[in-house]
Design a protein around this ligand. Structure first.
Ligand code: NAD
Ligand code: UDP
Length: 342
């Protein structure tokens, strides 16, 4: 039986990945400190055999006790805040998570002889001058701006993976994820898909940053995870490989579709565009297609319908939903207050 560790397992992508791995027959340990993830995302697995949840902060070395004591065959390293408001809330902590978290995951992969997947990002391309973005493009990141904690953090995490491969022979694999959405997104984390849906359902103004002509390519979560597993199952592909959807939409098109699908009468309200917000983003998926047989299958309309149904149910159940999706109150994060429960 394959034994898999998912860091960031209580997050949006991590919790779906845990479900997929359990369905394949893996034994799975999810490790998380709930910085941006939610216990509710894994609540349905409470009594599930072959599954354990461990509370731990990846900026500290990974524990060796309890469920963390055995050897892992595979490590999926996802632990890191992903939405701009979340990673900018405490940028120094974000950089620590990216660097130290990846270092600790790689050290564990080295000790265990495990294969590791690093959840990298299209943000390594910054505000790109090449369009669409191929894996060979080296990016245009502002090292001094408010997004640098995340962008540069993820870039150094990629370097670490390469150096662990060259120096220690660790089988580390890199995926560069383009905007992915779906059920279990945190309704309050400020990403555009969750913001627009929650605002539309609440009849509140749709917060459009800038003129709304900037573009993104949105991938449904199930498609992305198929790509993750194809890369981890591949005999010799290490990436980096772009994963996402190569359909490209302006934020205005996204808003119009959300308004149509929710039958909402919310108005669009223009807000200032955040610093260093990339103007366009679209993956070149040639490598994913040829090397992994990857294809996205869920059209944006269908994926949005499923995501809207999720948020509707969450609101009906009295879930804590803030329609505006602002950054949470700024507060330094003290990892010493996080206890480890094994
Ligand atoms: P998310 O915020 O829902 O999940 C991140 C998880 O990591 C959360 O459960 C959080 O509590 C956990 N975490 C954060 N800091 C931690 C720490 N110090 N110790 C332990 N756990 C910690 O975000 P997501 O969208 O699921 O993203 C998962 C991964 O994929 C991230 O690494 C992110 O950078 C990457 N990614 C996501 C997207 C996307 O569109 N969703 C795009 C590019 C990259
Ligand atoms: N955006 C927006 N309104 C919002 C949240 C985001 O117009 O309420 C824009 C944002 O400026 C960016 C795009 O939507 O151009 C995608 O933002 P998101 O935070 O989802 O992801 P990222 O910028 O990391 O791709």
């Amino acid at each position: 039986m394959t034994r898999s560790l998912v860091t960031g397992g209580a997050g949006f992508l991590g919790s779906h990945l845990v479900d997929r791995l359990l369905a394949r027959g893996d034994e799975v340990v999810a490790l998380d400190n709930f910085y941006t993830g939610r216990r509710e995302n894994l609540a349905h697995l409470a009594d599930r055999p072959r599954f354990t949840l461990v509370e731990h902060d990846v900026t500290a070395p990974l524990p060796r006790q309890g469920a963390m004591s055995g050897r892992f065959d595979r490590i999926f390293h996802l632990a890191c805040p992903a939405s701009p408001p979340a990673y900018q809330r405490d940028p120094i902590y974000t950089t620590k998570i990216s660097f130290l978290g990846t270092l600790h995951a790689l050290e564990r992969a080295k000790e265990d002889g495990a294969r590791l997947l690093q959840a990298s990002t299209s943000e390594v391309y910054g505000d790109p001058e090449e369009h669409p973005q191929r894996e060979s493009y080296r990016g245009a990141v502002n090292t001094l701006g408010p997004r640098a904690c995340y962008d540069e953090g993820k870039r150094v995490a990629e370097s670490l993976c390469m150096d662990f491969r060259r120096q220690h022979g660790v089988d580390a694999r890199l995926v560069r994820i383009f905007n992915t959405y779906g059920p279990r997104m945190d309704p309050n984390d400020g990403r555009v898909v969750s913001n627009f849906i929650v605002q539309a359902l609440a009849g509140k103004p749709i917060t459009m940053f800038g003129d709304g002509l900037q573009t993104r390519s949105f991938c449904y979560v199930d498609d992305l995870l198929t790509g993750f597993l194809a890369l981890m199952d591949h005999a010799d592909e290490h990436g980096p490989v772009n994963l996402g959807n190569d359909g490209e939409f302006t934020m205005r098109e996204l808003a119009d579709l959300v308004l149509e699908l929710t039958a909402s009468r919310s108005q669009i309200e223009l807000r200032e565009r955040p610093a260093d917000d990339p103007m366009q983003r679209r993956p070149d998926l040639t490598r994913a297609r040829t090397r992994l047989g990857f294809e996205h299958t869920v059209p944006l309309r269908t994926g949005l319908e499923r995501t809207i149904a999720y948020f509707r149910a969450l609101i009906a159940e009295g879930g804590k939903v803030i329609a505006q999706g602002p950054p949470r109150e700024s507060r330094p994060y003290d990892s010493r207050t996080q206890k480890e429960s094994l």
